[in-house]
Design a protein. Sequence first.
Length: 393
Amino acid sequence: MNIEKRRAEIAARKAEIRKLLTDDKNADIDALEKELRELNEEDAGLEKRQAIERMLNSGSAMGNPIENPVAACSLPVEDTEKLYRSAWLKTLQGKSLTDDEKRVYEQRAYSTAANSALPIIPETTANQIIKKMYEVAPILQRCKIFHVPGNFKFAVEGTNSDAAIHTENASITAASDSLTSVSLTGYEIVKLVKASRASSEMALSAFESYIVEVIAESIARKIENYIFTGTGSDQPGGVKVAGKGTSGAYTDGTDQVTVAKTASLTEENVVSLYGMLASGYERNAVWCMNKATFFTDFFPLMNKSKNNLIEFAGGKYYIMGAEVYFTGSLAAHEAYYGDFEYIIGNYSQDITVVRSEHSGLATNSIDYLGACVFDCKPVAGLGAFVHLTKATS
């Protein structure tokens, strides 16, 4: 058996399970939990086998092999996870660990953090971070987000020809369909938090909530900003460069409406922009803008006695039946309408958190650095997005 290959397969499947839990509301939780337990047990066994083989290869297989935390502590996988979570949080706080926590932490901390020299975040804490990021930046739930180590290439549908009527016994000509792809690398996104030394005395659950709140919120807002304004040049790319024109530019009359500097947005502008969205993308499309733009430009167009252009239902606003998403990342008098499934993102390294007492010596504080490696790009040229802007001159 190729142990390295199998462990890589297990890590990949666990990443898929995490995505299913966050993306698929109809996922079979019981089945996924059962599968995750089995994967953890298998991985622990492979890890122990690797340790023994290393000792045999080095000629030092004398006495007892390197202890595996699960076997050494005689604990089920669930308890081992709890021990590791406790050890990870205590390490960040600078607290001492129990013997069991030390064994689990030393065995797991650096063994499964792909492409990273930093301790892997416990799964429970990682899931809380992801959940918090989706709360802060809900647009992430509409994008295709992956957790694949290293550079990543994702194939997507390009040209898609219509089906055709076939004459019996006649030759069938292949359609001119095509595939395009999005290649993602990675950019470091970081957040440095300077905390009082009192944080080292917090209860573990309170400290975990603090880390999740501060780190996840800041990184989520930055990623959301790139999803909307990223240029793709030395930074992630976003909907800003998802137009049909050269290098993803938007063009008036094709996929963009520009309101004159001294003019106000009209119903005709909105209808025209809505009609520019290429066929098939309106099913999942949303409107995105900041609140000032909506209430200054769009809200005055609400006129139920005339039409249902603007509606309010269930605590949300809708424009021509499509939900409005508010974001502070877009400028005044600017809006996008489109299907954000055509923004492809990848965490080539998930969020990690490290602690430093030295950098905070002068202020008697502790520094916590949260970081991840992320990239995103739109599938440009398909007409999945349209743009509203206002002239500045």
